[in-house]
Design a binder for this molecule. Structure first.
Ligand code: FES
Length: 137
């Protein structure tokens, strides 16, 4: 257990933001092919800012700690900032993890990307619907 940074272990032992969001604006679900574990990330967006971010996983401690850190840091950020934060966390943490744990880490960042993609698709759908309504009137 001595291989992990202290803050990482703290998030593993006391994970934040575990669970689902009711009526999320985006959900990303990914699996880790090397172990078969699954991660789901939920986001709620309010005025282009992520007001809530939560996760559920069957993954290991590395997946739990990463998800806890990521969901904490993206709260209050814009969608673009959340993606930048995810990149920053990757640089900050990946070099400190055993190589075999990198796919576990990637579960959280990939699930977030999918949740954001879903959110953006819904936004585009809403935009198209509004444009159709505007043409009719
Ligand atoms: S071993 Fe499955 S997510 Fe880490």
């Amino acid at each position: 257990m001595g291989k992990y940074p202290k803050f990482f272990m703290e998030h593993f032992q006391n994970p934040r933001n575990v669970g689902e969001i009711s009526n999320p604006d985006g959900v990303g679900t990914v699996g880790n092919a090397s172990c078969g574990d699954i991660m789901q990330m939920f986001i709620k967006v309010n005025g282009n800012r992520i007001s809530q971010a939560t996760f559920k996983t069957f993954g290991c401690g590395a997946a739990i700690a990463t998800s806890s850190i990521l969901t904490e840091r993206i709260k209050g950020s814009t969608i673009d900032e959340a993606l930048e934060i995810s990149e920053r966390i990757s640089k900050e943490i990946l070099s400190e993890l055993p190589e075999k744990k990198i796919p576990c880490f990637n579960l959280a960042t990939n699930a977030l990307k999918l949740a954001i993609e879903e959110y953006r698709c819904m936004e585009v759908g809403l935009y198209e619907k509004l444009m159709k309504q505007a043409k009719k009137s």
